[in-house]
Each structure stands twice: as C-alpha cells, then as structure tokens.
Design a protein around this ligand. Structure first.
Ligand code: NDP
Length: 296
C-alpha cells in the first residue's frame, strides 16, 4: 500500500481562505474587524520567526495584528499589566503569549491571566476544563488542525482506535480529548508506555507528538492506518540541515493509508487554526453565529 499524502499546506490555504471570506463578511455586514494580539518576551530566534509569520498571516486574512515585543528582562508585573490592558481592549479578540517565556516568568500564571474568551491558544485552565468536559471552548491550535485533517479525510471518526504518542498539555492531552469527543477509542502513550510498538500496531489513527526524529518506524504502523505526524525535528543528514517528523516517513508511507508529511503537514495547519480561533473568538464576543467547520 502506498499512503495518500494529507497535504497540510493546501488544507491550511483552504482554511485561511475560509477565514478571509468570513472576515470580509464581518467587516461588510457588521463593521467589525477581528484583532489578534501577539506578545513576545525576549529574543528567542525560533519564537521571533513564529511571531513574524503569525503577524503576516493575520494581516493577509484581513484581520488586525497587534504585536507587543517586550525585552527579556520584562517583569511579571509589567507583562500582567499588558495582558490586563489587552483583556479590556474591545478591538482585541485574541491574545497569544508566545512560549516559552524567559525563566523568571511564571508561565501558568501568565497564561491564566488571559481572558479565557480571548485565549486563542486554548491553554487557559478554564479552556482546558471546558474541552475536558466536552463544552464549548477555545481549542489548542495544533490538535485542532490535526482533527480538521482527520475529519476531512475520514468523515466520521466514530469507533476508530486512536493512539496519541505524547502527553504534553499543548498537543498530546488536548488531541486525545478531541479524538474522544469524536468517539474514538483513545490510548495516550508516553515515555513509560510498555511495548509501544504493540500499542501503535493496534491503531487506526496514530498521532505522533514526541519530539524524537523518526522514532516511529513503518513496521509499527497497521496496514491502512492514518498517520498524523506532529513532530518537528531539525537534524543534519548528508551534511545538510533537514526537518523531519517523529515518524519515519518513507517506511510508514508504505503501510499507512494516509500520512501527513513533515514539513507541509501539521505545521501549516497550526497558524491557520490560530486565525480560525481568532475569528471564532470575535464572533462569540459579538454574539454572532460562528463559522462552520473552523472549530471542534
Ligand atoms: P513535549 O516534549 O512537551 O512532550 C513530548 C511527549 O513525548 C511527552 O509526553 C513524553 O513522555 C513523550 N515521549 C518522549 N519520549 C518518548 C518515547 N521514547 N516513547 C514514547 N513517548 C515519548 O513535546 P510537545 O508535545 O510540545 O511537542 C511534541 C513534538 O511536536 C515536538 O517535535 C514539537 O516540536 C512538535 N510540535 C509541533 C507543532 C506544529 O505546529 N507542528 C506544535 C507543537 C509541537 P513523558 O510525558 O513520559 O515524558
């Protein structure tokens, strides 16, 4: 079997077009422009790249982008004061604090100071609780992107066996909640899981979110399974820098029914879902109907 490639780049372009279309309607019919505020503390190079990319795509879909760049020594008090200001700003519908934060800042405290209704990353404890209890919430962007691709490919996920490898708060756990919400039978695997190959071999859906280059070989994949590779790992091969996922793509593609590549799979969907979440937050804040298909 040669797997169908799930093209996250093309899917993300479709999501962005849908968001742009809705943003245009919001402006025309309601005179509202959704706004996303991104807060970056310090000069982490990878974070700077992400923040630039988020700002650019926000503007491209017709939303307002507000970037707040603070220096690495910013105090917790000053950061919390900025978040309080953004919470009260009616032009700001989404707030994202780029992680990781410098060590002297308490990440949980900062994230939980964001108004949950504006928490477009879905990391606020209220949103975590709402998702866990199957209520309307802001859903973390990366797992939401994975869910959208799975729904698009399969239609219904009901009754499927899903294995999520990784139990982080930003990917693994919310991914498992979303799959459970779509009536999959879900196993969450992690570094202490016994006989991981055997666990993965039972799955109709494998979501790998580990952060270990090409850790999942093709012979762990059940014939015809759908593989979603969240991992982004920079490696050097043949003297060149390369991005690879947590799945060994070449061997997994020979057994899977469908697979996301790295790059060009989950990655592009993450920012597209951030824009979708900002639109959703804006609609909710204004008591308007949420666009279909852009949230869980
Ligand atoms: P974390 O480091 O927070 O979590 C990794 C998880 O993998 C942990 O739960 C850990 O288990 C588990 N793990 C580690 N080693 C093994 C092993 N040998 N066998 C089974 N499980 C193992 O990572 P994140 O969730 O933040 O990210 C995971 C990957 O996804 C990274 O490559 C990251 O770059 C990528 N990522 C990609 C995004 C995108 O937009 N495409 C967005 C976010 C992340 P334990 O809990 O027991 O330690």
């Amino acid at each position: 079997m040669v797997a169908q490639v799930i093209d996250g780049k093309a899917f993300a372009a479709k999501v962005r077009a849908q968001v742009a279309d809705q943003v245009g309607k919001l402006k025309e019919e309601n005179g509202i422009t959704p706004g996303l505020a991104v807060v970056l503390v310090g000069e982490d190079p990878a974070s700077q790249v992400y923040v630039r990319s988020k700002g650019k795509q926000t503007v491209e879909v017709g939303m307002n982008s507000y970037e707040h760049k603070l220096d690495a020594e910013t105090t917790e008090e000053d950061l919390l004061a900025l978040i309080a200001k953004l919470n009260n700003d009616p032009d700001v519908h989404g707030i994202l604090v780029q992680l990781p934060l410098p060590k002297h800042l308490n990440e949980d405290l900062v994230i939980n100071s964001i108004d949950p209704a504006k928490d477009v990353d879905g990391f606020h404890i209220s949103n975590v609780g709402l998702l866990g209890t199957g209520q309307k919430s802001m859903v973390p962007c990366t797992p939401l992107g994975c869910l959208m691709m799975l729904r698009d490919y399969h239609g219904s996920l009901s009754g499927m066996d899903a294995v999520v490898i990784g139990r982080s708060n930003i990917v693994g756990k919310p991914m498992a909640q979303l799959l459970l919400g779509d009536s999959c039978t879900v196993t969450i695997a992690h570094s202490r899981t016994k006989d991981l190959p055997d666990v993965v071999r039972r799955a109709d859906i494998v979501v790998a979110a580990v952060g270990r280059p090409e850790m999942v070989p093709g012979d762990w994949i059940k014939e015809g399974a759908t593989v979603i590779d969240v991992g982004i790992n920079r490696i050097e091969r043949d003297g060149k820098n390369k991005l690879v996922g947590d799945v060994d793509y070449a061997s997994a593609a020979e057994r899977a029914g469908a697979i996301t590549p790295v790059p060009g799979g989950v990655g592009p969907m993450t920012i597209a879902c951030l824009l979708a979440n900002t639109l959703t937050a804006c609609c909710r804040a204004n008591g308007l109907t949420e666009p279909e298909g852009l949230t869980a």
